[in-house]
Write a protein that binds this ligand. Structure first.
Ligand code: SF4
Length: 471
């Protein structure tokens, strides 16, 4: 029987199927990390090493992967009252935990006049639920060893800040997660993949995607939720082909799914079968013929913008300009200078929340143009609303892939930008990625926002039916 670890707790909160696969499959079944994922993981390890360096830490000594010996060595350190224990080993029956830090506190326990609490070092800027529940898991193991439940746990975030929280506030959620993990450990089939944003960075992505495609899983359809999939399957609608032609008479036959939602999902299933977006009829008041596209590449760990790019007008033939600020202090000036070359007042099309959020944070401390914010237009939101997409789409890469049929990663992955800065050709890579993203956004703008509606609903349905039922 595989032991439940802190990593399983973390995984379960992100995706239950991920936890199930981790509990049942060997590590060799995971896809190897991409170079930029390994780069980010190394940065996290380096951050932890730097953080603990300034503490008077001790660590249990034991033969590699001999966790029984590790737990014994940790217990000795706990009993001796070491102020800080780094990477201790905590075990209890079917559970194993390796918390980053254990900190001694006053107050009696089975260890003597003192007890401990758990701290985990994270390279994120804000605490997340899965990180907190991981600390609660370690705390529950520590409570068994010291026969005392610590009141608090803590996360050390990337700015060195310690965020403390009450264990009791998360106990009920943790109990549910732990029970869920035990259920999944007993039965891998108790979970199934569901296409979601996290799949893109998951080391089981290829396995899950292949499985979902093989079964024509409803979660591939844009707008699907776990609940809607379960209801539709119960109503006998089990594949995308079924959904594309699903006409349930009455609320009961459709499992009480909202009729408008069902119509949207059916249309999304038809788009899936057609293999291209269905451009919807909509009011044409808003046109962005003279707009500029603005884009940026970032290093979230360092809170840095590595590159800004502008394409004006927002067409593939538009003029491309860019800036690569060398330091945080240069970022605002670099963007301001790029935008100063544009005709006054042109709308600034951008993808997602990152650019306006960055401007909001930085405008405070600077002499900001108050009209900036009013000129921002999130092209991502408009693209998603203007068409029914042939698959669930989460990021720019999905829109490019499923909207244009081109490889969104032909100039590399945006997540690799921080890693590129360590390479001699960093400037060329950043420039190439900015340009390819901007050209893709311009092409999406033309193909979706400027295009006429695809065809009338009846024709779409007839075409989808022909694909779903070739006879
Ligand atoms: S690929 Fe997606 S569904 Fe599969 S385990 Fe990872 S997050 Fe879960």
């Amino acid at each position: 029987m595989r032991r439940i670890t802190g990593t399983h707790v973390y995984s379960y909160v992100k995706c239950q199927h991920l936890a199930a696969l981790d509990l049942h499959l060997p590590r060799s079944e995971r896809r190897p990390p991409h170079p930029w994922e390994e780069f980010a993981a190394q940065r996290g390890r380096d951050f932890e090493a730097r953080y603990v360096q300034q503490l008077p830490i001790v660590a249990p000594q034991y033969p590699e992967r001999d966790f029984e010996a590790g737990a014994t060595a940790t217990r000795e350190l706990l009993t001796a009252g070491a102020p800080w224990i780094h990477q201790g080993v905590l075990m209890d029956d079917d559970r194993l935990g390796l918390p980053d830090l254990l900190r001694r506190l006053e107050g009696s326990s089975a260890l003597g006049d003192h007890h401990y609490e758990v701290l985990d070092v994270k390279s994120s800027g804000r605490s997340r639920g899965e990180q907190i529940l991981q600390v609660v898991f370690y705390t529950s193991l520590l409570a068994v060893v010291q026969q005392r439940m610590p009141t608090h746990g803590a996360l050390i975030l990337k700015d060195g800040r310690e965020e403390r929280f009450l264990i009791a506030d998360y106990q009920a959620a943790f109990d549910q997660v732990q029970a869920g993990l035990r259920r999944l450990r007993g039965d891998l089939a108790a979970s199934r993949p569901f296409l979601q944003p996290g799949c893109q960075g998951c080391y089981h992505d290829r396995r899950c995607l292949a499985a979902m495609e093989a079964t024509s899983d409803l979660s591939l359809v844009a707008g699907m939720s776990h609940g809607a999939r379960a209801i539709l399957e119960t109503a006998g609608c089990k594949t995308i082909g079924d959904l594309a032609t699903f006409h349930a008479e009455g609320a009961r036959a459709r499992g009480n799914l909202d009729a408008a939602l069902l119509r949207r999902l059916r249309r999304a299933a038809q788009a899936f079968l057609l293999g291209k977006p269905i451009v919807e009829a909509r009011p044409r008041a808003e046109r962005f013929g003279n707009a500029a596209l603005v884009h940026m590449l970032t290093d979230p760990f360092a809170d840095r913008v590595l590159a800004f790019g502008v394409l004006h007008p927002a067409t593939a033939a538009g003029t491309f300009t860019f800036a690569l600020p060398a330091a945080a202090a240069d970022e605002w000036g670099a963007l301001k200078q790029l935008l100063a070359t544009l005709p006054r007042g042109v709308p600034l099309l951008h993808y997602g929340e990152a650019l306006p959020r960055w401007c909001e944070v930085h405008a405070f401390a600077r002499e900001a143009d108050p009209t900036f914010e009013a000129r921002f237009v999130d092209i991502g939101k408009r693209l998603k609303a203007a068409a029914t997409w042939p698959r669930a789409v989460f990021g720019l890469g999905d829109l490019v892939h499923f909207g244009l049929g081109v490889d969104p990663l032909r100039a590399g992955h945006a997540g690799a930008a921080a890693m590129w800065t360590t390479l001699p050709d960093a400037a060329a890579r950043l420039q190439a990625k900015l340009h390819s993203d901007l050209v893709d956004l311009a092409a999406l703008h033309a193909a979706i926002l400027e295009a006429e509606p695809t065809v009338v609903a009846a024709e779409v349905e007839a075409a989808a039916v022909a694909v779903a039922r070739p006879e």
